[in-house]
Design a binder for this molecule. Structure first.
Ligand SMILES: *Cc1c(COP(=O)(O)O)cnc(C)c1O
Length: 389
């Protein structure tokens, strides 16, 4: 059975061209990038080349890029680093209710350490209001962290407006751009952010490697202490193969974005259009237009998201649901609840995240499978049948 992968927001496969660039750095070029001999210098050259690639992809200077072990570490570094270097005179953090857990759980941790945190609400489309950001700013506001694009519902946040505001007020601005790289244009100066997180495995790079952009002149306390790697800001022997892969992947992702995003958006619109038209009592979650090209998030009334996922999986179709089943709980998604969905509606949601390897033929197959599965699950659902009666 040919399987269909529509869970590209969770992770993507490493591009063969990326892997090819990485391979020599596992074997032939294994030097420690901090060593001064020729083995070390070869590795150093590769790391600095990747740093230039990452910088070029987001409009930064290479000396503003620090490699990390992924999006979660970059998010932790931004928040904890800002807190640890500024907590003296009170620390107010403004973030949104729809952030990734790498931000939300870090914010909760900082609350335990004495930070004051405002979790901004969002509208029915999952968007933060710039007016709310403005109103939340107080004398002790040190950091604002709002994501560029939401990983569950694909909504693009008004980061440029927030960037303008924070610049006027002299407040640090961090954005989690993990979902945005390779999907929409990302330029740190256009956004006006001071810090930005990105992660290799979300754009066909390897897992376990990411980067944080830190605007030149911004002080951040270290997250990981030890050796002097990454100009003293992030200790630990560099993961050279992964860093090489990150650099190559972001270069490819950004150069191929116009063509791929347009193709993916067409499939997204077809999926959304046909599901809403052909299956009754469905609704689109997230913004109708200001959304990632690959994100489809739909609620099906009377359906358990988990049951829908398992039925799709039996047919070789990989999607994801709004429930945080991975954390062992069946709590509905914090993002959908923040958007005002009822618990039952949030439970019956499905995310299909398209990637560059998806085809129109696969979209046709998924649409057909959904039609049959939703009818069958609803026929078995007591809630659905009560409501009908
Ligand atoms: C995946 C993701 C992360 C975490 O990145 P990892 O590299 O998996 O740690 C953070 N934020 C967003 C928005 C994500 O989608």
């Amino acid at each position: 059975m040919d399987r269909i992968y529509m869970d590209n927001a969770a992770t993507t496969g490493t591009d063969a061209r990326v892997l090819e660039k990485m391979l020599p750095y596992f074997t032939a070029v294994y030097g420690n990038a901090s060593s001064i001999h020729s083995f070390g210098r070869e590795a150093r050259k590769a790391v600095e080349n990747a740093r230039r690639q990452v910088a070029a992809a987001i409009g930064a200077n290479p000396n503003e890029i620090y490699f990390t072990a992924g999006g979660s570490e970059s998010d932790n570094f931004a928040l904890k680093g800002a807190f640890d270097s500024r907590k003296g005179k009170g620390f107010h953090l403004i973030t949104s209710a729809v952030e990734h857990h790498a931000i939300l759980h870090t914010a909760e941790y900082l609350e335990k350490r004495g930070a004051r945190v405002t979790y901004l609400p969002v509208d029915e489309f999952g968007r933060v209001s710039v007016g709310d950001v403005k109103n939340a700013i107080a004398d002790d506001t040190r950091l604002i962290s709002v994501m560029l694009a939401n990983n569950e519902v694909g909504t693009l946040e008004p980061v440029k407006e927030i960037g303008k505001l924070t610049k006027e007020r002299g407040i640090l601005f961090h954005t989690d751009a993990v979902q945005a790289i390779g999907a929409v244009p990302v330029d740190v100066n256009e956004i006006g952010c001071d810090m930005l997180s990105l992660s290799g495995h979300k754009f066909h790079g390897p897992k376990g490697v990411g980067a944080i952009y830190i605007r030149s002149g911004v002080r951040l306390e270290n997250l990981i202490h030890g050796g002097a790697q990454e100009r003293g800001k992030r200790a630990g022997t560099e993961n050279v193969p992964a860093i090489v892969g990150l650099g190559e992947a972001i270069t490819l992702a950004v150069s191929e974005m116009p063509e791929i995003s347009a193709r993916i958006a067409k499939m997204r619109d077809r999926l959304i259009g046909e599901i809403l038209r052909n299956i009754p009592e469905t609704r689109l979650n997230g913004h109708p237009t200001e959304r990632l090209p690959g994100n489809v998030n739909i609620s099906f009334e009377g359906i358990e998201g988990e049951a829908l996922l398992l039925s799709l999986d039996l047919q070789g179709i990989a999607g994801s649901s709004g429930s945080a089943c991975t954390s062992g709980s069946l709590d509905p998604s914090h993002v959908l609840l923040a958007m005002g969905l009822r618990h039952e509606t949030a439970h019956g949601s499905l995310r299909l995240s398209l990637g560059r390897d998806n085809t129109e033929e696969e979209v046709t197959k998924v649409l057909a499978a959904l039609d049959v599965i939703v009818k069958r699950l609803r026929a078995m659902s007591p809630i659905w049948n009560c409501r009908r009666a």
